[in-house]
Design a protein around this ligand. Structure first.
Ligand code: FE
Length: 337
């Protein structure tokens, strides 16, 4: 009898565990440092491990597509809604079942069919020279086409999706012809052919190369909280001006997440989405990445508060993806490099 029991014990201990450890496979276009600490917290709290694959958004979308139904990916994380839209259009995503945490998100931060949603908010206002530009002299994006701004505007290239999304959003709100007129006027007032990233435009304003830039606020916030004194001082020379506060509001975008069409770990993936929408994660985004929370109830960091509150555009963000190619063609026609 003892022998039989010993034998059974050996057999049972050789069997694979019935419950496999839960995991989520995350394809992420965010810099690892800007997401990994949150994922580690998630694992600590839930015991669910996260396998992070970091890469360029378009490459990750291509990879998802070529892996097809054998793709291990559960979630795709990107820093612009245009990419989430692209993944959905290519049939690479599926509906995320609505949970309580998800239902708190404003509708314009979610895909109409629930395939993707926003995790953090990014704002793209004007950044002007604190010394040379009177904040009152410019209140709308439309002002930038006036002759007084000739040779004074810096902005990055039209190949950048932030600018593509900004123009797409204008098309959604103002129509093609008014937007085309604005794009043409803006390009005529450029101080130099577009070059560098958003931070380079802010630096160009600080150094006097131009007087106005359009850039995402977290770049300026990053400069202001830099340990490098020169960078910090450059940041201080630039002031945020929230455009269009008397009408449609300032342009915004999201970093967000889509549920992969063949997600093998759907339940765990939704738990991760809920975690990223939790108060704790939302505050972390605002403090560490200097992005705005997507949920109105979450307090902003002191640095974000120093930029002031603002009214935002109310365009359903999916429109930015839908109108992306119209925007790109328009920028090309205007000679926006
Ligand atoms: Fe960025």
């Amino acid at each position: 009898m003892k022998k039989i029991i010993t034998c059974m014990f050996i057999i049972v201990s050789l069997l694979p565990p019935l419950v496999m450890a839960e995991q989520v496979n995350l394809y992420s276009a965010r810099k690892e440092a800007l997401i990994k600490p949150l994922l580690d917290k998630f694992t600590q709290q839930t015991g669910i491990s996260v396998n992070l694959v970091t890469g360029n958004a378009d490459n990750l979308i291509t990879r998802l597509k070529s892996e097809g139904k054998y793709s291990p990916a559960d979630l795709l994380l990107t820093t612009d809604v245009g990419r989430l839209y692209r993944a959905k259009q290519q049939g690479l995503t599926q509906e995320i079942a609505e949970t309580e945490a998800i239902s708190k998100l404003p509708n314009n931060f979610r895909d109409e069919q629930g395939h993707w949603l926003g995790l953090s908010l990014r704002a793209r206002p004007l950044m002007v020279s604190a010394e040379r530009v009177n904040g009152q002299s410019i209140t709308k994006l439309e002002d930038l086409t006036a002759p007084e701004w000739k040779g004074r505007i810096c902005i990055r290239s039209s190949s950048n999706i932030y600018n593509q999304s900004m123009v797409a959003s204008l098309i959604a709100q103002q129509g093609e012809s008014a937007t085309e007129e604005w794009v043409n006027g803006l390009v005529k007032n450029f101080a130099r052919p577009p070059q560098g990233g958003d931070r380079d435009q802010i630096k160009a304003v600080a150094s006097g190369l131009c007087d106005v830039a359009i850039a995402n606020t977290y770049y300026l916030a990053g400069m202001l909280s830099s340990e490098d004194e020169t960078t910090k001082q450059q940041g201080k020379k630039v002031k945020v001006v929230w455009p269009n506060q008397g009408d449609r509001g300032a342009h915004i975008n999201i970093s967000g997440v889509a549920l992969a069409k063949n997600a093998p770990n759907k339940v765990a993936a939704v738990k991760l989405i809920e975690f990223l929408l939790s108060d704790e994660s939302q505050m972390w985004y605002a403090k560490t990445n200097h992005e705005y929370p997507v949920l109105a109830a979450i307090p902003w960091s002191d640095l974000l508060q120093s930029f002031g509150t603002f009214k935002t555009e109310q365009v359903p963000l999916g429109k930015l993806g839908e109108l992306n190619s119209a925007a790109v063609q328009m920028m090309d026609r205007a000679g926006w490099k």
